[in-house]
Design a protein around this ligand. Sequence first.
Ligand code: WTA
Length: 667
Amino acid sequence: MSIGNEWQQELIFPPAPEFTAQANAGDASIYATAADDYEAFWASWADRLEWFTPYNTVLEWNPPHAKWFLGGTLNVSYNCVDRHLSTHRRDKTAIVFEGEPGDTRSLTYAELSVEVNRFANVLKKLGINKGDRVTLYMPMTPEAAIAMLACTRVGAVHSVVFGGFSAESLRERSNDSGAKLIITADGYWRRGHIVPLKKTTDEAVAGCPTVENVIVLQRIGVDAGITMVEGRDHWWHDLVAGVSDECPAEPMDAEDPLFILYTSGSTGKPKGILHTTAGYLTGVTATTNYVFDIKDTDLYWCTADVGWITGHSYVVYGPLANGATVFMYEGSPDWGRTVGEGAGAAPGPNRARLWDIIERHKVTILYTAPTLIRSCMKWGEVYPQKHDISSLRLLGSVGEPINPEAWLWYHEFIGGKNCPIVDTWWQTETGAIMISPLPGITNTKPGSATKPFPGICAEIVDEQGNPVKDGQKGILVIRKPWPSMLRTLWGNDERYKQVYWSKFEGLYFPGDGAVRDDDGDFWLLGRVDDIMLVAGHNISTMEMESSLVEHAAVAEAAVIGKSHEIKGQAPVAFVIIREGYGPAAGDTEAADKLRAELKEFVAHKLGAICRPDDIILSAELPKTRSGKIMRRLLRDVAEGRVMGDTTTLADPAVVASLREKYSSDES
Ligand code: WTA
């Protein structure tokens, strides 16, 4: 992602005094207090949780391994549900759901408790015990949250796989974690189509020796056309029928594994990020409270899918731990029926769906991704202007750098110029928000994630690990441990050390470039490794390359992320075709067919979000004399830039021919 030098921009938006007056974090001295004693700061948040046994040590730090809140026991579902039941929140709405076809449902904390307890008992009945892994491949319905919470209740470690991933990805992830159970649905609605989760699960489970059972939520009904395998597959509604709604919450050690979430790795195979119980819950509780300024009166909507970390931390755990009311939406933001069209109107394309939802439900906090903001911007402000979205009081952004134009549009047309915007930088690995404004305290600037969260020690260094001066671009690092940091990679501690802790001695390396301005505000500049940010999703160029070369026609492939107006980056693949497989010279029809086939091949292997935007069939790739593919040059070709230095190339003529090809092949 190139945001050029826009970080030098000087537009500043101070917090409104009325906002500060009511803010959860309204006093800037918390930064100094936390910096003075970060352990004490985090402990003060841990103390807001309910513990079965108190911890005795805040932190044990043996770099790169951290243990937080040692000696304590607690349970995450207890903290997200049970403890609210003895308060005014018992009958408060916990989750409001709207499906893509327009069906709605809501659950109070008391009702959520019944569902979680019942489902926890179901898990036990199927032999799921403390420490067992459970894969979730679920739609964005309340049952996703219920299943996650039920896992934490019995001490099972969940691994949620995004519903847009392929059978192969699901299989790989289930096998890596050794899951005993997969929880899925017959399907879900997206853009009026059924996404066939159960059919994909069937394909995956065929190669999952550890999976004993599959639980299937009925979301679609007969139209899903699924078959149930006797003895292996069970309907969710059959299993919960008649089951007790009391299941004691398992006391978990502070450092017991809570969940695994797979994320793309720059060397191909996904990494199983492991989060543990107390530290993670402390981190998401604190950040939800301070960054989103969450209150009992809010209706909070984070548009992320539960398949991503944002869905874990800021749809489920952070908001529920704070006793908030969370809104969940199943489908696509540009599909559905609008109010006033009549109940019988067939759902169809609807670019006002988000704003229609906000108006009807009176959403107060919206947390979404720059790619969606840019789409809305392209569609035009007429859509939000058709709706009364004045219930909004705070806006958030996550997933990739937000360009100032999108920030300003979000501010003006969605926030009505009076909602603070929190641009939050963090990662699957960090568990919780790391760099973000605190809306009652921080001056915001379009395109800057501003300040490290209190207690987070972020810095910018050069390639040697030495701090750079303000205003100089460098590499972001985190100097001190934080409670919600990943503990390791599931089953691969060596890779954990190598990926995050080997670049700089004793410093956590997130893989992002950044610059800090004279006010101490951080501007994130995109990845410095081989990960692309496609519509905010991390995609590994290596993983795509490996899948392309599995196609019989492909001899070699190089994938790069090309700048894209809406998605931030879009994957482009340069492919060398094997002798005998290539289309005859000039046969554009055969070339088009092969390109389409390769796109489909990758989408099928990895999931639709990994479908390449362009495929360039080439005879050669630009390589250095030592044989390394020069991805920088490929990016230049794809983005139509004049080439820089090509003197290290083994054969400079390759680039010229690629440029020519690119302009003729681009689809
Ligand atoms: C990028 C998502 C700039 C970054 C929570 C990071 C961002 C990666 C921002 C993690 C932001 C996320 N500004 N870049 N506000 N938020 N990123 O693991 O490159 O899906 O390393 O976690 O997204 O993506 P992940």
